[in-house]
Design a protein around this ligand. Structure first.
Ligand code: XMP
Ligand code: MG
Length: 179
């Protein structure tokens, strides 16, 4: 698996440090709020697991799954809710936990859908931000790392459902996704 990685972009240690910092910031910002972390499966699982442990105030968690990419590397622009939340958002300060904000199409759609459910507030925390590829006017409220316009995998992010279990974020060798 490691042979498929061209280079490591963000190390395990860098991720751990940033995610802990973000946990502290969120704990402060949501001290007097009613925090509900909404993890967007599957890419955000590792980020969610580490981030929730770095938050030291009451935090509920819920999960949803949307599909926008199929198994390839290009966005289709079509977003479908594959698994919806269990918790009713009314009364909660919702923080969407995402792996990457790329074109922004997925999160823009998700934001609209979740806002219709009348949460107290709705914000976005993303592990990675790839601003060069943005197609809509959307910014993350919290972002750990800005990445260049390269297809990245690891720490939850996949290519064709592989590489999610890499503990770091890396760039895939082009021959892997062009073959
Ligand atoms: P956007 O913001 O384009 O992103 O709607 C939608 C989803 O696509 C995935 N994505 C990636 N996955 N490496 C990946 O492994 C990437 O470079 C990448 N860019 C986008 C991701 O699941 C995101 O939520
Ligand atoms: Mg995702």
């Amino acid at each position: 698996m490691k042979d498929d990685i061209l280079k490591v972009l963000i190390t395990e240690e860098e991720i751990a440090t940033k995610v802990k910092q973000l946990g502290k910031t969120i704990s402060k910002d949501y001290e007097d709020k009613n925090l509900l972390l909404v993890s967007v499966l599957k890419g955000s699982v590792l980020f969610m697991a580490d981030l929730m442990r770095a938050i030291d105030i009451h935090a509920r968690v819920d999960f949803m799954s949307v599909s926008s990419y199929g198994s390839g590397v290009k966005t289709s622009g079509v977003v479908k809710i594959v698994k919806d939340l269990d918790i009713n958002l009314a009364g909660y300060d919702v923080l969407i936990v995402e792996d990457i904000l790329d074109s922004g199409l997925t999160l823009q759609y998700l934001k609209e859908v979740l806002l219709q459910r009348k949460p107290n507030s709705l914000k976005i925390a993303t592990l990675l931000d790839k601003p060069e590829r943005r197609m809509v006017d959307l910014k993350a409220d919290y972002a750990c790392f800005t990445v260049p316009d390269e297809f990245v995998v690891g720490y939850g992010l996949d290519f064709a459902e592989k590489y999610r279990n890499l503990p770091y974020v890396g760039v895939l060798k082009p021959e892997i996704y062009t073959k």
